[in-house]
Design a protein around this ligand. Sequence first.
Ligand code: HEC
Length: 111
Amino acid sequence: MGGSNFGLAAACSFVAVAAVLGSLAPAAAASPEQGKRLAQSHCARCHAIEKAGDSPLTIAPPFRQLHERYAVETLEEALAEGIVTGHPDMPEFQFSASEVGDFIAFLKTLE
Ligand code: HEC
C-alpha cells in the first residue's frame, strides 16, 4: 500500500512541475531589454517610457501608468493586431508575436 501511494505522489509532482515549466517557458523567452528598445524607437517620442518623468507629448499616458488602467496583458492582442486608440496623434502599430512578448515584459518592469 505504501509503495503505490509513493508512486502516485511522484506522478502528481511530475505533472505539477511540467505545468509550472510549461507556463514559465514563454515568459522566460521574452526580453524586457528588447521590449524597451522597441518602446524607445517606436513610442518614446510621445510616451514617457521610464519609471519617472513626463511624456514628451503631454496627452500621451506614461507607460508606467498603463497598468493602473488595465492589466498590461490586455494590450497583447491590441499590439498584435495593431493599436488604434482613435487618437489622430498616435500612428497605428503592429508588433510581431515575439515583439509583443518583449514589450509586455518591459511594461511589467515599470509596475
Ligand atoms: C505620435 C505620438 C505617439 C506615439 C509615437 C505613440 N503613441 Fe501611444 N498614445 C499617444 C496619444 C496622444 C495617446 C492618448 C490617446 C487618447 O487618450 O486618446 C496614446 C495612448 C496610448 C495608449 C493608451 C490607450 C488607451 O486607450 O488607454 C497605449 C496603450 C499606447 N498609446 C501605446 C503606444 C505604444 C505601444 C506605442 C509604441 C509602439 C505608442 N503608443 C506610440 C501618442 C503616441
